[in-house]
Design a protein around this ligand. Sequence first.
Ligand code: FE2
Ligand code: FE2
Length: 483
Amino acid sequence: MPATSNVDYSTKIPNNVGLSDDQRVLKALELWHPGYIDWWMSRGPEGFQTSDVYLRTAVSIDPKGWAKFDYVRMPQYRWGILLAPAQEDRRVNFGTHKGEKAWQEVPGEYRAMLRRLIVVQGDTEPASVEQQRHLGKTAPSLYDMRNLFQVNVEEGRHLWAMVYLLHKYFGKDGREEAEELLARQSGDADKPRMLGAFNEATPDWLSFFMFTYFTDRDGKMQLESLAQSGFDPLSRTCRFMLTEEAHHMFVGETGVGRIIERTCEAIKQAGIDDPTEIAAVRKLGVIDLPTIQKKANLHFSLSLDLFGSEMSTNAANYYSSGLKGRFQETRIEDDHQLTVASYPVSKLVNGKIKLVDEPALTAINMRLRDDYVADCAKGVERWNKVIEKSGINFRLKLPHVAFHRHIGEFGNVKASPQGDVLSDVAWEKQKDQWLPSKADGDFIESLMEPCWERGRFAPWIAAPKVGIDNKPGDFEYVKINRA
Ligand SMILES: [Fe+2]
Ligand SMILES: [Fe+2]
């Protein structure tokens, strides 16, 4: 059934995949639906399920005008299944099947690998909703609260996207995996989420913005490489998810940017010359720049772990099989098979970090991580522009990729943010200068007082330049109903 550009809202599950003509999958999804709603009510945003939130809902897959804005109670959000338009005569663009017609069904030999890729991606989506569920209560404005909930409902929709693929293409084991996606829980001792960063706490709004900046950006890179997939339904679903993901990173980048803006303004007003005078800056009720740097260090390093080991035969197999490509695969000029190519990989050689040429095929993760780091650096530069503009002498920097790692080449070494390898003793002595300490966390938490008046913002964050959907500054993005 071809996808249309308009979404069918006549079924319980809005979709553009012809669900009403696919009774088997429609039934399976309708059976899964109550469990999803249970999950949303018990592990989704806490305390706001009866509030009216000004949310966008996807009504079409046309890049222009796919979203409609209106007040919605989150449990009534129309989570839909949306695939980007089919590209005519699409091919497998890389790996050993390069040039073949893209697959509309799962190739039998790759079934297990493909299922694994979909499950790992799917597991991250509900995880972040769980991690962020307490944040509404301390929202620094109605604008920010609305953005949090928008991100949350869309992560919920991304779960639907992966669950659709499981139900549609993977039969009984697909249904079982879909159940498991609701059973695992972020941070749970017995049934944790699959990846490390998705089991960490998101205790405050600076963490939330850093998470959406750094960790959602990992999501973007993963979706970009899955959008290259030779399995066409996966490619199309990821292409549509990317349009939503862009907003998540916007929330992160502008959120951190607005915190920096407010901090700089307060420093200038108070006439503080040295922005590293932490105690003096904190007295102003804003988050000091060195602490913002520490939070960036933490979230960046946790997100790097999501790329897996630099050298990976799994990644090589995904690539050769045509299931998961590189970032912007079709724009790269090479043979797209990587049978002889090499790629520089950062490695620990005799206690020093060096670049070593390795087979490009097994270094696929490293390459994607490099693309990610370059993407992260751009936003950090925009943050630095904010600091520069205020005339304050301070620069934020991404730490070295060896810093605070738990996976891959640097998983067992201690390194400074500059990339110097350290003894355990030296690390212990200095780590509180580089990563948020308990005291830093306590300070940030002390600022997390809700600010829910229309048009007002907590004193540690600047107002945004423009409203969502061009709404005026005092727009009531969330009508809080405490009943
Ligand atoms: Fe997502
Ligand atoms: Fe996201």
